[in-house]
Design a protein around this ligand. Structure first.
Ligand code: NOJ
Length: 466
């Protein structure tokens, strides 16, 4: 039986917009999602899991079920309704109380400053494509470091690659733009510059605690041994993984990476422009990250592809409906021998192991890793308060075993945050894609522990994966 270390964090993960609801309460400012979702008319971000009011219940459940870390985000627009200007005392008081309750219940808060929810006033001016907004983000981060001194674990951003691609490639996040690689690349780079500036301020001012960034890293493999497919996997990896790891840990981009970007730009009629001053900032930060947060759920098998761009995002759970073919980069292929979820996410824990070992090898000064998200989206069945989510337990067992193997092979992973603590609102799937340890009846807001919650509790108590 595989084990996890004695002092390991067995956490649960959430995000403000997906958990809190109350999008217009107590002076919260608007975010682009409010109008975007309304226009789409598919589902509403309210009530979500009503964490804005239910947090005492959720934090108590953490303690009861051995969840000793809670990953959550601050909604920037609860603190600064327009992104900049006068802070909102009610928003500040709310988060102080959330953190206080966590600490009282022996649950360590791990706080993300930005989880897909730039205040609308700034978003409308170009979000992170607008360099002025980098200043606004850094000022907001500094405010939080000085205000929330009870927090000792900070992440700057959640999932920079999905921000860039969902906004400007897939178009499933506001502002809903498709296939604009110039914007994708500049968004990735600018957010990494904002991250570096924030880390440097945190360290220069000697704020207590630790700081890092959360990247979504989905391992890429060629679907065959052909040089073309190997190159397709290399390009997919370059833009989605290596770009971010080089920015984080080298503070600049290697020639190989820039050559891959040039190839992608040529195929997609795109361009980029990185300032020399940015590299100085990024290099300074590159040895100051205390941890890397990794969100990892799945991997991709890549085949060379030349043809029209075609992406269909499976946001309904209709298995087999996903399409991903991007000219000059890759087509993603399912493999019949690899199981996948109803949302077509490949269940391949080897991808977790390979990723962890690679980080240790390529960036030996990485210090520490937290798996900040992993879990299984599933259409849970509720029967008289009982939720037998055996496939989820099976998924968790496999991925945690891969993490345990990586630790045995010398990778320093110090914690795991299961996505999600309770069922949440999903950005592109609404309410039928459930991930929680706790089932949420969205009508009554009552919580019910799933079978996986009991399984996770014994894991946290025994550190043994059974
Ligand atoms: C990544 C994101 O951080 C989170 O917001 C999302 O809901 C989950 N993965 C599941 O897709």
């Amino acid at each position: 039986m595989k084990k996890l270390p004695e002092h390991f964090i067995f956490g649960g993960a959430t995000a403000a917009y997906q958990a809190e609801g109350a999008t217009q309460e107590d002076g919260k400012g608007a975010v682009a999602w409010d109008a975007f979702l309304k226009e789409e008319g598919r589902f509403s971000p309210n009530p979500a899991s009503d964490f804005y009011h239910q947090y005492p219940v959720d934090i108590e459940l953490c303690e009861k079920f051995g969840v000793n870390g809670l990953r959550l985000s601050i909604a920037w627009s609860r603190i600064f309704p327009d992104g900049v200007g006068e802070p909102n005392p009610k928003g500040i008081a709310y988060y102080h109380d959330v953190f206080k309750q966590c600490i009282e219940h022996n649950v360590i808060p791990f706080v993300t400053l930005h989880h897909f929810d730039t205040p609308k006033a700034l978003f409308d001016q170009g979000d992170f494509l607008n360099r002025d907004n980098l200043d606004a983000f850094v000022a907001y981060a500094k405010f939080c470091f000085e205000e929330f001194t009870e927090v000792k674990h900070w992440s700057t951003f959640n999932e920079i690659y999905p921000v860039a691609t969902n906004q400007y490639l897939l178009g499933v996040f506001p502002p809903g733009i498709h296939f604009d690689f110039s914007k994708v690349i500049m968004c990735l780079h600018n957010m990494m510059v904002a991250h570096a500036r924030t880390v440097n301020i945190f360290k220069d001012n000697k704020y207590p605690g630790e700081i890092g960034v959360v990247h979504s890293l989905e391992t890429k493999y060629p679907v065959s041994d052909s040089p073309e497919d190997i190159h397709a996997a290399f390009l997919e990896d370059a833009i989605s993984i290596r770009f971010l790891l080089e920015a984080t840990y080298l503070g600049r981009y290697t020639d190989d990476l820039l050559a891959a970007l040039d190839e992608i730009c040529a195929a997609q009629n795109a361009s980029y422009d990185f300032l020399e001053a940015d590299y100085l900032e990024m290099e300074k930060a590159s040895h100051r990250n205390d941890f890397l947060g990794i969100n990892h759920y799945q991997c991709h098998f890549c085949k060379a592809y030349q043809g029209p761009n075609e992406i269909y995002h499976n946001g309904t759970g209709e298995k087999g409906s996903s399409v991903y073919r991007v000219n000059g980069i890759a087509e993603r292929i399912y493999r019949d021998d690899i199981p996948r979820t109803d949302w077509d996410w490949l269940i391949y824990p080897q991808g977790m192991y390979d990723l962890l070992v690679r980080i240790k090898k390529d960036y030996p000064h990485y210090k520490k890793i937290y798996i900040t998200e992993n879990g299984m989206g599933y259409k849970d069945e509720f029967e008289d308060g009982v939720i037998l989510d055996t496939p989820r337990i099976d998924y968790l067992r496999q991925y945690l075993s891969a993490i345990s193997d990586a630790i045995t092979d010398g990778v320093n992973v110090e914690g795991y945050f299961l996505w999600s603590l309770m069922d949440l609102f999903s950005w592109t799937n609404g309410y039928n894609k459930r991930y929680g340890l706790f089932y949420v009846d969205f009508e009554t807001q009552k919580r019910y522990p799933k079978e996986s919650a009991y399984w996770y509790k014994q894991l946290s108590e025994t550190k043994t994966i059974i």
